[in-house]
Design a binder for this molecule. Structure first.
Ligand code: TRP
Ligand code: SF4
Length: 416
């Protein structure tokens, strides 16, 4: 089984393999549960999930849930970061409580970014987020003491052999790197401590799945109880619950029998038992976590092919670049066009291989029929790449101008 390394600059992931090897489910399976399918799911940008059914359920039944993601402030934000921000904003509009963490501890530990730079970049990420209409909580890891306490508590549930198995950590891995991992675990659980236990969805790129798996395991280990439907009854097992908590579970249900370390309940609905057990767990000082859910999006390719990465300036478009530079980058972008004009007319272009088509698909063209028309014309050879690029460049320039105005207007909302 191939490993996923969240810190590699070139995560080469084979999507099919990911689904089968790691148990990520295709997003298609849950789309019919949503009252409204957002464009990033419709257009195949978000492709997979873990446990998203509980989130879709909360959305359609208008029950509380949390949405959290994080950004490592290791450079200026660019267009490649917008997708996950839009996912957060959409989930907040659907009723989720929004959280965004600026992972300055990770940037400092793993990328060696100074605290000053972390602040500067972090602020820019927050400006983008607010420009997109985000409402909710934001924090910097290094300044959130309750987060650090939670990270410490979570750390009681992980050992180094687990970190080695998941991340390939070895004897020469520094401690701060390991700490940044457990801080991310705490990030993901933080909304359930800051507010109330509720399903939480974490939208991320596929490279972050190791953190999701680790957190899901830890969330489970930090529970006092497990609740399981058995043949004709519901079994509530204590993992490390105080005896008084187990007594309280027994008392809460008329047809309950208490045994050593577990209570068996008949004539009750599993969901009701689970809810009651959570309340009892919290009343006895437990966390009562819901195991977090996740969604996985593909990355927008860089303009030079490969990944969008600030370490390759030609591959990205950031928000404060001069218009002339933006136009030049778009005009130089890798397309799915053919070698000659004659071939282009005869065979048509290949939009799925074209960095500019994908730029349009991700952000620049919101209208589905307009996008379909661009695709059709490309594949039918009715348009030259030169013309298509020019149109795309104009869209990008207009988008950035408008977006920068919004970013500037939000500057006063940024709290550190
Ligand atoms: N590790 C993430 C990155 O490299 C940033 C991050 C920190 C994060 N905490 C998080 C992402 C919590 C999702 C949820 O970009
Ligand atoms: Fe890309 Fe447009 Fe050329 Fe098609 S016509 S390959 S979408 S640049």
């Amino acid at each position: 089984m191939e490993e996923i390394n969240p810190w590699s600059s070139q995560p080469s992931v084979d999507v099919e393999k990911l689904f089968t090897d790691f148990g990520i489910e295709p997003i298609e399976n849950v789309l019919n549960l949503l009252p409204e399918v957002p464009y990033f799911m419709r257009r195949g940008i978000v492709i997979g999930h873990r446990d998203y059914r509980q989130i879709a359920g909360c959305i359609s039944e208008k029950k509380p849930f949390h949405i959290l993601t994080g950004f490592m402030p290791s450079g200026h934000p660019h267009l490649g970061h917008l997708m996950v921000m839009k996912e957060v904003v959409w989930h907040v509009e659907q009723g989720g409580t929004g959280y965004v963490t600026i992972a300055d501890r990770e940037a400092h530990a793993v990328r060696d970014i100074s605290w000053e730079k972390c602040d500067e970049f972090g602020r820019e990420y927050l400006a983008c987020l607010y420009a997109l209409g985000f409402e909710g909580e934001t924090y910097f890891q290094s300044r959130n003491n309750r987060l650090k306490d939670l990270a410490f508590e979570a750390a009681t549930k992980v050992n180094f052999s687990e970190l080695t198995a998941i991340y390939g950590f070895g004897a020469d891995t520094d401690l701060a790197h390991a700490e940044s991992v457990i801080t991310q675990v705490a990030d993901i659980l933080f909304p359930q401590v800051d507010r109330e236990p509720a399903p939480t969805v974490v939208p991320v790129g596929i490279d972050q799945d190791p953190h999701i798996r680790l957190t899901r395991g830890i969330a489970h280990k930090m529970r006092m109880f497990t609740v399981e439907e058995r043949d004709g009854y519901i079994s509530v097992r204590s993992k490390n619950a105080p005896e008084a908590a187990l007594d309280a579970v027994k008392k809460a249900f008329p047809h309950a029998k208490k045994y050593e370390g577990h209570v068996d309940i008949r004539g009750a609905e599993c969901a009701d038992v689970a809810t009651m057990v959570r309340e009892i767990e919290r009343a006895h000082g437990g966390f009562a976590f819901y195991t977090p859910s996740s969604t996985y999006h593909i990355f927008m390719p860089g303009l030079t092919g490969g990944k969008m990465s600030s370490s390759n300036p030609e591959s990205i478009i950031s928000f404060y670049e001069p218009e002339t530079v933006v136009r030049k980058k778009v005009m130089n972008g890798i397309t799915g066009g053919r070698m000659t004009l004659e071939e282009q007319k005869r065979l048509g272009g290949e939009p799925d291989k074209c960095s500019l088509y994908l730029l349009n698909l991700f952000h620049m063209v919101t209208d589905d029929s307009e996008l379909a028309e661009i695709r059709r014309k490309c594949m039918a050879g009715e348009v030259t790449c030169g013309q298509c690029k020019k149109e795309t460049a104009e869209r990008v320039v207009a988008f950035l101008k408008h977006f920068r105005e919004k970013m500037d207007a939000c500057a006063d909302r940024i709290r550190m």
